[in-house]
Write a protein that binds this ligand. Structure first.
Ligand SMILES: NC(=O)c1ccc[n+]([C@@H]2O[C@H](COP(=O)([O-])OP(=O)(O)OC[C@H]3O[C@@H](n4cnc5c(N)ncnc54)[C@H](OP(=O)(O)O)[C@@H]3O)[C@@H](O)[C@H]2O)c1
Length: 378
């Protein structure tokens, strides 16, 4: 017996290409109706979620900016947003997952040219889009705020065979959402020295997370001299974890990092978008290839988050066991995504920027959401 088809219609943010506006549109998902008349059934292998919160990442905006005009011919509704938290509405037949219908869950929606998490509903394949149950000690807004950045931080401190215990680590961009986790992981992993670059406004926070000394990137627009001073006073670095991007250190890299040390970056030689970032990316990719060929004294990788490596449960447990803190800059109403993006683009966010898509139906544990007020340029 074939079940009746149904279209789920809902509001979502979408754009045609990188030069068209990001606006609220009507989206649809083709589903089948539950035979009992109540709700929908997700297709085999997929999970249907009602989204409560979506947190924004710089990559959302970078992806939007680079999408050429022809992309709109294939899909005129390119979705916006990756991180989400919400309620599991339906799980299709044969789906391998640890979430159940009615659970609150969080994760990352990974297709880059499909829909996005800034939407009332999301249909995803858990084989490619990591999803797990919400820790009970945080609320749903906080749950949306850690998947992509914590997953990235976990991989940054693992790739290249890093062993943090007793090591000397440099964290470039410790004030970024990713960097805050890297500093906490370095401290938890037993690093003996954690040198960070951040601005004075995050100095106390970064120290409380585990930095043993700090370099003010505003006073030192080129990091080379202060980093060389650190090498002079307490020796070479074992690991450099770059969460902001830049190429200041390569002029003297063999003095700064020990032979066999690891330099992992998620941005490469030039932050931002445009030609400089493209050329910086090419240099970083060439260095990554050089490292793989054994041409460098240290290991170097320009890395992308690997969504398929099963880290989402590890991330959930670290938050659930209160080994790591979640940071939210501000929570924005659903109709103010473009203002939220402006704050994201300012490069001044103190933690994650979260979009409230819909308030949860039931109580979910956590701190008062009202404490995070949108304040565009605090
Ligand atoms: N490759 C990947 O898989 C991957 C994954 C995630 C993110 N990323 C990239 O990683 C970068 C960081 O992302 P995010 O979401 O963590 O960033 P974010 O939270 O938006 O970072 C904002 C923070 O950046 C810091 N900052 C601004 N200018 C800086 C500078 N010149 N040097 C050092 N820090 C500076 C500021 O900290 P202060 O308070 O100290 O001023 C600010 O609070 C982005 O470029 C993003 O696209 C890549």
């Amino acid at each position: 017996m074939s079940l009746p088809q149904a279209k789920l219609t809902y509001k979502a943010y979408a754009y045609k290409n990188g030069s068209s506006p990001i606006k609220i549109v009507q989206e649809t998902i083709d589903l089948v109706k539950n035979p009992n008349g109540q709700g929908y059934i997700a297709p085999p292998g997929q999970i249907l979620l009602k989204i409560n919160y979506a947190s924004l990442n710089p990559v959302d905006y970078k992806l939007y900016k680079i999408k050429p005009s022809f992309i709109g011919w294939f899909n005129p509704k390119q979705g916006f947003g990756r991180d989400f938290a919400g309620e599991v509405i339906s799980i299709g037949q044969g789906t391998q997952t640890n979430v159940k219908v009615g659970d609150y869950a969080e994760g990352i929606y990974t297709p880059k040219t499909g829909k996005g998490s800034a939407a009332e509903y999301l249909l995803l394949d858990p084989k490619t889009s990591p999803i797990t149950t919400k820790p009970t000690n945080i609320d749903l807004a906080e749950a949306s705020a850690f998947p992509l950045v914590l997953g990235t931080a976990l991989q940054l401190v693992e790739r290249g065979g890093i062993k943090l215990a007793n090591s000397k680590v440099l964290v470039i961009g410790a004030g970024t959402s990713v960097g805050r986790y890297v500093v906490q992981l370095a401290r938890n992993g037993g690093a003996k020295e954690v040198v960070t670059t951040n601005s004075p406004r995050t100095a106390d926070l970064i120290q409380s997370l585990g930095a043993t000394s700090q370099i003010d990137y505003r006073k030192n627009p080129n990091l080379l001299q202060p980093v060389l001073e650190s090498v002079k006073s307490s020796g070479q670095f074992d690991y450099i974890i770059d969460c902001w991007g830049g190429d200041d250190l390569f002029a003297e890299i063999n003095t700064i990092i020990r032979k066999g040390g690891v330099y992992n970056t998620i941005v490469g030689d030039a932050p931002g978008t445009g030609l400089a970032a493209l050329l910086g990316g090419i240099r970083s990719i060439s260095r990554t290839i050089g490292s793989k060929l054994g041409l460098l004294n240290y290991k170097y990788e320009l890395m992308l988050l690997d969504n398929n490596s099963g880290w989402i449960d590890q991330a959930r447990d670290l938050i659930g066991e209160e080994k790591l803190k979640v940071f939210i800059d501000s929570i924005w109403p659903f109709d103010q995504l473009n203002d939220a993006i402006e704050k994201l683009e300012s490069g001044r966010a103190q933690g994650k920027i979260v979009l409230e898509v819909s308030k949860p139906d039931g109580p979910t544990r956590g701190g008062p959401v009202s404490e995070y007020n949108p304040d565009p340029f605090n």
